[in-house]
Design a protein around this ligand. Structure first.
Ligand code: AMP
Ligand code: FE
Ligand code: FE
Ligand code: ZN
Length: 289
C-alpha cells in the first residue's frame, strides 16, 4: 500500500524558463503554472539546473509541487535526442562536467551559425547576446529572437521554419553525449531519465528497437509520448515498445512561455507514474509547496 500522495495534479513534467530558451523567469513560470491550475510542475531547462533554487522558492509561495529537472542534450549521429532527467543531484561531478561541456559547445556553435547567417543578413553576435540572460543555455531560439528583433522573421516559429532550418544552410550541430552515456550519468546522480518527444520527425529511425532495448537496460525510465510534436503513427509504435521493454509513459507541454505555442498542462502525466519517478529519484527531493 502506497502512502498518501504529497503532490496534487494536474502534473506537467516539461517546461523551460529564461535559464534556457523559455521567455519567463523561473518564478514567473511557477506562478504561470499555478495560474493555469497545475498542482505539480517540473522545470526542465536545457542542460542547466541554474533555475532550481528560484523555482523552489516560488513553488513554496504558490503552493504547488516542483519537480527539479533538466532536458539533457544528447546526440545519435547527426540527430539530436533530448533526455529529460528528474530529481538527480545537481552537484554530481559527472553531470556538472558534461552539462558544462554541452553548454560551451552550444555557445561556440551559436556563434558559428550567427557568423554564417551574418554573411546574408545584418545580424551580429551582440544581437543574440541581447536576447539571452547571463549564463543562460544558448540555443537557436535566441538566434530566432535576434532575427525577429532585426525584422528578418515575424516570430520564433517563422525563423525556425526558414533561416534556422537545417535545410537553409546555416545550421550547425553541436557536441552532445550519446543517450546511453547521459542515461548512465543521470542514474549515477540518483536521477530518473525519460526520452523527450521521441516520436518527432526521424526520431523513431534514430532510436531503432535494438538501441531502445539497450537504453532500457541502461536505466531508461520512460518515454514522453504525450507531447504535441510526436507524430501519431510513430507514437502508436512506441507505445507498443514501451509496453514490451517496461518503460513508463509521460505527458507534458514543453512550455516555453511566449517562445512557442505550447500551453501549460496541454498534456499531463498520471499520478501513478509521478509516484514511481519520486520513488526512484534519490538525488534531489521534490519541493512540496
Ligand atoms: P537547438 O537545441 O539550439 O538546436 O534549438 C532547438 C530548440 O528550439 C528546441 O529545444 C525547441 O525548444 C526550440 N524550438 C524548436 N522549434 C521551435 C519553434 N518552431 N518555435 C520556437 N522554438 C522552437
Ligand atoms: Fe527548448
Ligand atoms: Fe526538447
Ligand atoms: Zn523542451
Amino acid at each position: 500500500m502506497l502512502g498518501a500522495r504529497r503532490f496534487r495534479g494536474p502534473i506537467d513534467l516539461h517546461t523551460h524558463s529564461s535559464v534556457s530558451d523559455g521567455t519567463e523567469t523561473p518564478s514567473q513560470l511557477v506562478r504561470a503554472a499555478a495560474a493555469a491550475g497545475l498542482g505539480t510542475v517540473a522545470l526542465t531547462d536545457h542542460d542547466s539546473t541554474a533555475g532550481w533554487a528560484e523555482a523552489g522558492v516560488a513553488a513554496r509561495t504558490a503552493g504547488l509541487t516542483l519537480i527539479p529537472g533538466m532536458e539533457f542534450s544528447t546526440r545519435v549521429g547527426f540527430s539530436s535526442v533530448h533526455l529529460l532527467a528528474y530529481l538527480f543531484d545537481p552537484s554530481n561531478a559527472g553531470i556538472v562536467a558534461e552539462t558544462a561541456r554541452v553548454r560551451q559547445a552550444r555557445l561556440v556553435r551559436a556563434e558559428q551559425m550567427v557568423e554564417r547567417i551574418g554573411v546574408d543578413y545584418a545580424l551580429t553576435w551582440e544581437d543574440v547576446l541581447a536576447q539571452t540572460t547571463p549564463d543562460a543555455t544558448v540555443g537557436r531560439p535566441h538566434i530566432a529572437d535576434a532575427l525577429v528583433a532585426r525584422g528578418f522573421a515575424l516570430t520564433r516559429s517563422e525563423a525556425f521554419a526558414g533561416i534556422l532550418h537545417w535545410e537553409a544552410g546555416y545550421y550547425q550541430p553541436h557536441y552532445a553525449p550519446d543517450p546511453l552515456r547521459a542515461i548512465t550519468l543521470v542514474r549515477a546522480a540518483g536521477g530518473v531519465p525519460v526520452i523527450a518527444h521521441p516520436a518527432t520527425r526521424g526520431a523513431v529511425d534514430v532510436i531503432p528497437e535494438a538501441k531502445l532495448a539497450r537504453l532500457a537496460e541502461a536505466g531508461l525510465f520512460g518515454l514522453e509520448l504525450e507531447h504535441r510534436e510526436n507524430r501519431p503513427e510513430a507514437k502508436a509504435h512506441l507505445y507498443a515498445l514501451a509496453e514490451k521493454y517496461g518503460l513508463f509513459v509521460t505527458g507534458s507541454s514543453d512550455y516555453h512561455g511566449e517562445g512557442k505555442p505550447n500551453r501549460l498542462g496541454e498534456n499531463t502525466t498520471t499520478p501513478e507514474v509521478l509516484e514511481r519517478i519520486i520513488g526512484q529519484g534519490t538525488g534531489s527531493p521534490p519541493v512540496y509547496g
